[in-house]
Write a protein that binds this ligand. Structure first.
Ligand code: PFF
Length: 327
């Protein structure tokens, strides 16, 4: 093959593990560590978690298999895939365009929240101290400053672009292989700390896993369903595109089950870690989007940098591997 035609050949994942790590990297992100705990807090805990688990299993997983299948079969991007499956003028290509538009819109705010996560690595390194109000007001100061938000967003997007430019095998796959196992280990450590060394562990388990259906609202059910899509990176063409780099002989079903399982596991681990601390320090459960940025630093002021720095590094890593897939 000539050098030119090689340059235009579609890349493939180097190994099966490489694909699983990259797809898991896409699935696991701010959705698991930032959004899942805060919406679980807002919608009342156990019953919401149960509905979410049903949505992942009954809707998310089959949809992921479908997206990967379309990608692998056509070896094309979301728009091209629907044209290839039907015909050139197929109305189905709108589905692909909608996916691309959604990915663009999601990345536009995702990168801002991810920028906050990077900013908080530096805040953590400087140390959280002072009164609860003083610590919590740092979040307001960050999000209401356009200069800071734009700067951190730009740094985050710069990192994302640099990795994507590296290509499928050398960029996305290589980084995912390093970042994902680190993320898992850090989160496991935080969860064990929460369960074994704080008094909030048991309360966190009962909040997350003993459903009280009187707290479940229609809005909660809808939010659980929406979150199942978001957390598994579905409906945006991201999984379709990752499927397009798969080799024909891979066992797609097994891979989709592995990715969904790991994504759910990480969300639940993050939930246990965060709520153990929330209950231990009597912090606000339904703090909303500020949960990890406003509430946890109050705890970090007491536990010190050895927990706070890894936490925000981990959050930024998770956001990066998801943003890579969105881009
Ligand atoms: N699944 C990612 C998360 O939970 O943070 C977010 C995401 C990534 C959504 C990629 C959609 C997507 F295409």
């Amino acid at each position: 093959m000539s050098e030119i035609s090689k340059a235009f050949t579609r890349g493939n994942w180097g190994t099966r593990v490489g694909f699983i790590l990259a797809a898991t990297g896409s699935a696991i992100g701010l959705g698991n560590i930032w959004k899942f705990p805060y919406i679980t807090g807002v919608y009342g805990g156990g019953a919401f978690v149960l509905v979410y688990l049903f949505c992942v299993l009954l809707i998310g997983l089959p949809l992921m298999i479908g997206e990967l299948m379309i990608g692998r079969r056509t070896q094309k991007n979301p728009v091209g895939a629907f044209k290839a499956l039907h015909h050139k003028k197929s109305i189905w290509q709108i589905t692909g365009w909608l996916g691309i538009a959604s990915g663009f819109l999601i990345l536009s705010y995702y990168s801002v929240v991810a920028g906050w996560a990077i900013a908080y690595i530096f805040k953590a390194a400087a140390g959280f101290s002072g009164s609860t109000e003083a610590i919590q007001s740092q979040f307001g100061a960050l999000v209401t400053s356009p200069q800071s938000s734009i700067m951190w967003h730009t740094i985050f997007m710069g990192l994302t672009i640099a990795i994507v430019v590296g290509g499928v095998k050398n960029g996305i796959e290589r980084w995912s292989k390093i970042l994902m196992p680190m993320l898992f280990t850090l989160l496991l450590g935080l969860m064990i700390y929460g369960l074994a060394f704080t008094d909030g562990g048991m309360q966190a388990l009962s909040f997350l896993f003993s459903p009280d259906f009187s707290k479940l609202t229609a809005e909660g059910v809808l939010s659980a369903l929406g979150h199942a899509f978001f957390t598994l990176s579905l409906g945006m063409g991201a999984m379709l595109t990752y499927g397009s780099y798969m080799k024909k002989e891979t066992n797609l079903m097994k891979d989709a089950i592995t990715v969904s399982f790991l994504d759910t596991l990480i969300a639940l681990m993050a939930g246990v870690a965060i709520f153990s601390m929330v209950f231990n320090y009597d912090l606000e459960i339904a703090a909303g989007p500020g949960l990890i940025f406003k509430t946890l630093p109050v705890l970090f002021a007491q536990t010190g940098r050895w927990i706070s720095i890894p936490f925000f590094v981990l959050l930024s890593f998770a956001a990066l591997t998801s943003a890579i897939s969105l881009l």
